[in-house]
Design a protein around this ligand. Structure first.
Ligand code: GLU
Length: 304
């Protein structure tokens, strides 16, 4: 397994040149475009290779965690009433809803509007408690209590996140959320700025791959029903508006983020974390997708 992953990684390194590091959040521009790291958990061995020790911000990889906590705090009906489950076919930050009224069924938990809306369902008194509860869940599932928030990225997102601000005010204008918009954006921006390694997101993926259980101890960390819900959403729309193509080529439920992370859930088998910050036009890591495509073919990992 190690040799295979080593080979795939060295073959795919060249694809980092096909993309570009995200620059719409100024702090993200500082990433090194040629980085490529991976952690694979759940086979007979743990494999960590390449730039796997580099830390990067979760960005949209945190969206499945927001969804999970919203489900755990409110149950499925409330979550589905606020935020639908169908692929939108639009970019993650789209706010062109002029062709139809903005309603829950028109968004999903993996686009910004859906994730921001779901932040309002996280239990807790104010923005700080809500964020801390989300942060605790991330630390628990990643088995890493020393995870931190990248304050520079957080400030950068807050200062420049006017598209998200517009989206959030639109949610309020359409009566979908009823809260202090700036507070909710703070929870969202901070969540996106949680700084992780490949192993951290591979650990989270491993729990989802085992329907919410820690595969070592057997302990239930997330109700199985919600683990399945989140994994299904990843299969439908986890890779932005490139999810259909990714399903055909790779066939693994996964979530990518503009920080360069991909968290891939191989049901019953593996959790995979990849970091490579050069992105294609849709926001997916160019080399990361290639690595997953080759691993999926070599190890027959497609769920389809
Ligand atoms: N914080 C980012 C934003 O909302 C997340 C984007 C992403 O990774 O898709 O713009």
């Amino acid at each position: 397994m190690r040799e295979l992953i080593e080979k795939v990684l060295s073959e795919c390194k060249k694809y980092t040149a096909d993309g570009r590091v995200a620059d719409y959040i100024p702090e993200l521009k500082k990433a090194c475009p040629a980085d490529l790291g991976i952690c694979v958990l759940g086979g007979s061995e743990t494999v960590e290779l390449g730039d796997c020790d580099k830390r990067f911000t979760m960005q949209s990889v945190v969206k499945p965690m927001i969804l999970l906590l919203a489900l755990m705090d409110n149950g499925r009906e409330t979550v589905e009433r606020l935020c639908g489950v169908e692929a939108t076919g639009k970019p993650f930050d789209a706010f062109n809803y002029s062709d139809m009224a903005l309603r829950g069924e028109h968004i999903n938990p993996m686009v910004n509007a859906g994730a921001i809306a779901l932040c309002t369902l996280i239990g807790g008194e104010g923005k700080d408690e809500k964020f801390e509860r989300l942060f605790s869940l991330v630390k628990r599932l990643s088995k890493n209590q020393s995870i931190t928030v990248d304050e520079a990225v957080f400030r950068s997102e807050r200062e420049t996140g006017n598209k998200n601000r517009a989206l959030a005010y639109m949610l309020k204008a359409y009566g979908m959320i009823d809260c202090d918009v700036e507070d909710m954006l703070e929870v969202y921006f901070k969540a996106c700025s949680i700084s992780v390694s490949c192993k951290d997101i591979a650990n989270i993926a491993l729990v989802l791959a085992h329907r919410g259980r820690d595969p070592e101890s057997g302990e239930e960390l997330i109700p199985a029903e919600y683990s399945r819900y989140v994994t299904a959403i990843l299969a439908i729309c986890g890779m932005y508006d490139g999810s259909g193509e990714f399903a055909l080529r790779v066939g693994i439920p996964a979530k990518s983020g503009v920080g360069g992370g991909i968290m891939a859930v191989v049901p019953g088998k593996m959790g995979i974390g990849i970091y490579s910050p050069s992105l294609d036009k849709k926001g997916n890591s160019t080399a990361g997708v290639k690595v997953l495509e080759r691993l999926s073919a070599a190890l027959d990992l497609s769920i389809f």
